[in-house]
Design a protein around this ligand. Structure first.
Ligand SMILES: Nc1ncnc2c1ncn2[C@@H]1O[C@H](COP(=O)(O)OP(=O)(O)O)[C@@H](O)[C@H]1O
Ligand SMILES: [Mg+2]
Length: 249
């Protein structure tokens, strides 16, 4: 496994039923272990579709996806042990407490007993949520819910963490805690796959960036390479140069 790329994608296509154009239109890329990879693009570009296929939540139409040399057709259970997923939509039960939610999710990963208890308590404290462990999620702010959603994705200490717009609609404090944590997790060896439409955030966080528009990757490289290649001073400007549109149009 150590000899493999973290992720290899070739000629990936996804066509949703009843849709005339593919949401993901023949993309190929490789992600090396230890990368913080950012998939950036405007709303509707295909980010959620790509990341959902990479983490096994959505079926591809054609092409190949391998995770540390494994594929979802033959090695789904093995892959599940390697990855953590933080979806764009918050996936926690509002009427349960933070602790109850995380215990439930931990059990799904096969964690239990004292080990799980300690893991939950460690994560809650990392995200500055220990004081609300026994409060129901429905009383949390948006940023606190996002942090719980993130903890749910890291309970099993994944080698690859997928996050779909993890900082959307969060307060500055939560955003900083999340970004700081992603850097720390990465420095401990995890590969991070992250989508965003926030160019500035990605520019600072990511070691490699792919820009997607209309289901195609239109440019990729390290943030510095990308900016140099297109003589742009930031990624917002680069996107405008490549597409003639602003990112938020
Ligand atoms: N379940 C679905 N059925 C049909 N079309 C979809 C579905 N989900 C997304 N799409 C379409 O696929 C395209 C890409 O969507 P998505 O991957 O959600 O983009 P992003 O995450 O970049 O905003 C959009 O045109 C969207 O309308
Ligand atoms: Mg999306």
């Amino acid at each position: 496994m150590l000899n493999h790329e973290a992720i290899q994608v070739s000629q990936l296509i996804k066509k949703y039923k009843d849709s005339s154009t593919p949401a993901v239109n023949d993309i190929s890329f490789t992600i090396k272990p230890g990368t913080i990879w950012g998939l950036l693009g405007p709303n509707g570009a295909g980010k959620t579709t790509v990341i959902s296929i990479l983490c096994g939540l959505l079926k591809k139409t054609s092409g190949d996806v391998s995770i540390y040399g494994l594929n979802y057709q033959e090695n789904r259970e093995e892959i599940k042990q390697l990855i953590g997923v933080v979806p764009q939509d918050i996936a926690i039960y509002p009427t349960l407490t933070a602790y109850e939610n995380l215990k439930y999710i931990g059990n799904m990963y096969g964690l239990k007993g004292q080990e799980l208890k300690e893991r939950i308590s460690h994560c809650l404290s990392t995200f500055e949520l220990d004081h609300v462990s026994n409060k129901r999620i429905e009383s949390f702010s948006g940023g606190m819910k996002r942090r719980i959603n993130l903890i749910a994705g890291i309970l099993n200490k994944p080698k690859i963490l997928f996050l779909d717009e993890p900082t959307i609609g969060v307060d500055v404090q939560s955003r900083n805690i999340i970004i700081e944590y992603l850097n720390k997790l990465n420095s401990e060896g995890a590969t991070i796959i992250y989508t965003s439409h926030l160019m500035e955030e990605a520019e600072n966080l990511c070691s490699y960036i792919s820009i997607i528009d209309h289901g195609k990757i239109i440019s990729d490289g390290s943030p510095t390479e990308l900016l140099r290649q297109h003589s742009s001073s930031n990624l917002e400007q680069l996107f405008l140069k490549l597409t003639g549109r602003k990112l938020r149009d």
